[in-house]
Ligand binder design. Structure first.
Ligand SMILES: Nc1ncnc2c1ncn2[C@@H]1O[C@H](COP(=O)(O)OP(=O)(O)OP(=O)(O)O)[C@@H](O)[C@H]1O
Ligand SMILES: Nc1ccn([C@@H]2O[C@H](COP(=O)(O)O)[C@@H](O)[C@H]2O)c(=O)n1
Ligand SMILES: [Mg+2]
Length: 217
């Protein structure tokens, strides 16, 4: 599969790669739901946070830079993130990708579009109240360095300031599919199943016409 490494638009012979982005605040349940979606609908699940954590584990200089940024709850420069994401996509023989935790800001969007010349089919937005997300993260217990109250609050701020504008961008393109992620894992997945079961010509209408449930800090 050529994900336009050289920046070209690819040949007519290439099969169309379908991409779904999954965004939502920290702890909204992106990873949890992506595992289920991947299993039930045959997508390759790539968590961008995981890809970045793998780079940290590799011990590279880039990994050290990423570790510092992540500990502070900030966002990694998009050229680094998108290069690693593109490598991960090229390393899998799949034509359906579920990209978890991406994009996080407008720079992510631009870097992805510029490098891959691709766009998501749609963007799944898990909308969850902030107090619920905080509770989930504080009891996650996966040993993540950024799951402490100080960094969690910074991550919420980054979400409100940098990620919400990307949701508005995709909403203007009719690509946002929003679900109420404050419910139980099974209930959230029921709503998601409806979205993924829609055919191409039977799209769920865009629904972000009211404010998200997250509190403005
Ligand atoms: N609907 C839910 N109800 C209760 N707990 C949930 C729900 N969804 C996920 N969780 C739990 O909340 C925690 C965070 O979920 P998850 O890791 O999927 O979130 P995330 O959006 O990927 O977070 P991050 O952005 O930090 O990676 C996990 O411990 C998970 O088991
Ligand atoms: N597009 C992205 C995604 C993630 N990050 C950094 O990784 C951290 C953890 O991400 P999770 O999706 O696993 O929560 C996040 O707080 C950022 O520091 C990023 O920079 N860009
Ligand atoms: Mg996650």
């Amino acid at each position: 599969m050529d994900l336009n490494k050289e920046g070209d638009r690819g040949s007519a012979k290439q099969k169309k790669v379908k991409i779904v982005f999954v965004i939502g605040g920290p702890g909204s349940g992106k990873g949890t739901q992506c595992k289920r979606i991947a299993q039930q609908f045959g997508y390759t699940h790539l968590s961008v946070g995981e890809i970045l954590r793998q780079e940290i584990s590799s011990g590279s200089e880039t990994g050290s830079m990423i570790q510092k940024i992540m500990k502070e709850g900030r966002l990694v420069p998009s050229d680094v993130t998108v290069r690693l994401l593109q490598q991960a996509m090229q390393g899998v023989n799949s034509d359906k990708f579920l990209i978890d935790g991406f994009p996080r800001n407008e720079e992510n969007v631009k870097a992805f579009e510029d490098l891959t010349k691709m766009e998501p089919e749609f963007v799944l937005y898990l909308d969850c109240p902030q107090d619920e997300m905080e509770k989930r993260l504080l009891s996650r217990n996966e040993g993540r360095e950024d799951d402490n109250i100080e960094t969690i609050r910074k991550r919420f701020k980054v979400f409100m300031e940098s990620t919400l504008p990307t949701i508005e961008y995709y909403e203007s393109k009719g690509k946002i599919r929003k679900v109420d992620a404050g419910k139980s894992i099974d209930e959230v997945f029921e709503s998601i199943k409806v979205i993924f079961s829609q055919g191409k010509d039977n799209k769920v209408p865009p629904i972000i016409r009211h404010k998200c449930k997250c509190l403005i800090l």
